[in-house]
Design a protein around this ligand. Sequence first.
Ligand SMILES: Cc1cc2nc3c(=O)[nH]c(=O)nc-3n(C[C@H](O)[C@H](O)[C@H](O)COP(=O)(O)OP(=O)(O)OC[C@H]3O[C@@H](n4cnc5c(N)ncnc54)[C@H](O)[C@@H]3O)c2cc1C
Length: 439
Amino acid sequence: MSEKHDQKEWDVIIIGGGIAGLTASIYLAKAGRRVVVLDKGASLGGRAMSNEIADSRVNMGGHALYKSALPILREVGVEPVGGTPKTSGSFVFKQADGRSKALPLGQLLLGSFLKWHEKTQLLRFYAKLRKIDTAALQKVSLQTYLESELGSPRVRSAVLALVRVATYCDAPHLLSAGAVVRQLAQAQVMYVDGGWQSLVDRLAEQARQAGVSFLTRSPVRTISGIAPRMTVALKDGTRLSARHVISTAGPKETLAMLDPALTPAESALYERLTPVRAACLDLVATGMPQSKTRFVLGADEPWYYSNHSAASALSDHPGREVIHVMKYLPVSEETDPAQDERELEGFLDLIQPGWRGHVVQRRFLPRMLVSHAVVEAASGGLSGRPGPAVAGRPGLFVAGDWVGDSGMLLNASLASAREAARCIIAGKDTVKEGMHRGA
Ligand SMILES: Cc1cc2nc3c(=O)[nH]c(=O)nc-3n(C[C@H](O)[C@H](O)[C@H](O)COP(=O)(O)OP(=O)(O)OC[C@H]3O[C@@H](n4cnc5c(N)ncnc54)[C@H](O)[C@@H]3O)c2cc1C
């Protein structure tokens, strides 16, 4: 993957060859800019890489592509292929006797677990979702909003389970209600054939065709200067020059590279962000005991189970299935990874008794970074996130799932990558009104 380049002068240096970096590189190269993408890893893809496990392509934890991401992917020449998972599934609730029980969604609405008024609460909430004024709710916490809208704690638990799937975040007291409602309203997803690696491979192919150069195994130590004379120094001492730099590393990693550092007032915007993490148990299995159980969410516990092979082609081996099991981790405390793994095993014992005998290979990723930032009500919701232009450092831009006022997760990475590229193409070297937020 690593390519040697004698050229040390570039129009744009992009730090990070994940989906944000690759996307920005394609826009820029197609606009005629000389672009190099640097990544510290041995290969491209960042958190969107998939691994080969037991002849199957396994994402690092369950990844679902929001269909609202398709327009930008298509603009850069990538048409994802895959399937839409069925919306039917089950919720695990704690019973009055303290034991947990899985209830299919249909039974939740038709059976006797929820009272009549609880069923109508749930149905009314979903019926009005697309009509809610999300702008007015950006600064309201999800917890406050749900408590005012849904009187029943059991209905709130079911809705919060759906919020966790849509945001990967188990912090209703922090989350912006407006951002969450917007995310829930565009809930249609796709499981991608060949895993998200196939998105990475196609983006890399488009970038190469557009003339982008790549340097992998190239960790960046410092970013200095301002447009049009910026310097990026690698850990091995190599120095590269460019008119502009885009960093797609995380907020704190980006701050640590800046030489000189931003002022405390400028860096506060990046330092206050709260990361979102998940414990991921990835399985390649054959013929799970409950073959019809494909999608289960914990209502009272932050658990996720999904058979991704039910909707996408992931294995060369007939009969092998890729199953993702996850725990959405709390944002304000560190949990014990061994305990988290045992908890997920207990969840599997409940919904797939005897599952161990069907596992071909398993992998546990204890603290995966899902997103660099919760979209927080206290910071103003989506419009409170940092913009792509870095205040105090003309010529430096950032992109990623923590940047810009559009979308969450990958959608935010894509939108901010496009925005950063557009600013550079439009010659907006310095921060102007509206190009960064919250400072
Ligand atoms: C378990 C899990 C489940 C997820 N599920 C979903 C989902 O269902 N839907 C969804 O939309 N999103 C999901 N996501 C989020 C999605 O994967 C990310 O938002 C997206 O891949 C981020 O892409 P990125 O390019 O912004 O960042 P990254 O993929 O993190 O890329 C940044 C790159 O920068 C490189 N880098 C960092 N520092 C340096 C340095 N100093 N020098 C050189 N290179 C550097 C890194 O090596 C990395 O390759 C999930 C993530 C995880 C972990």
